[in-house]
Write a protein that binds this ligand. Sequence first.
Ligand SMILES: [Zn+2]
Length: 106
Amino acid sequence: MYKNAEKNLKKIKKELKTRIKHIKKSLTATRSKDWEEAAIEAENDEVLEGIYSESTAELIQVKFALKRIKSGDYGDCAECGDGINKKRLQIMPYTSLCIQCAQKLE
Ligand SMILES: [Zn+2]
């Protein structure tokens, strides 16, 4: 059960890790001496930082989901224990909440 989800999650995990690594690299890269270029880079950094925190948050969720597959809890809502809609799991394989609980938290 959930073999596909596991495969998907592992793929997402790998992609996220690569993305995070790249962002980290460009965030720590040295700035241009040119003032205008440095300003553009600073703006890019802000965008990158946004993607960075989103990606790390996603990675945590993916890891959590993989753990839940192992423990057999995957597919059940971590809040209320109800089964998570299959379609929802297909779109967001790393989700640990059913749609009702996710909406409550938002
Ligand atoms: Zn729930």
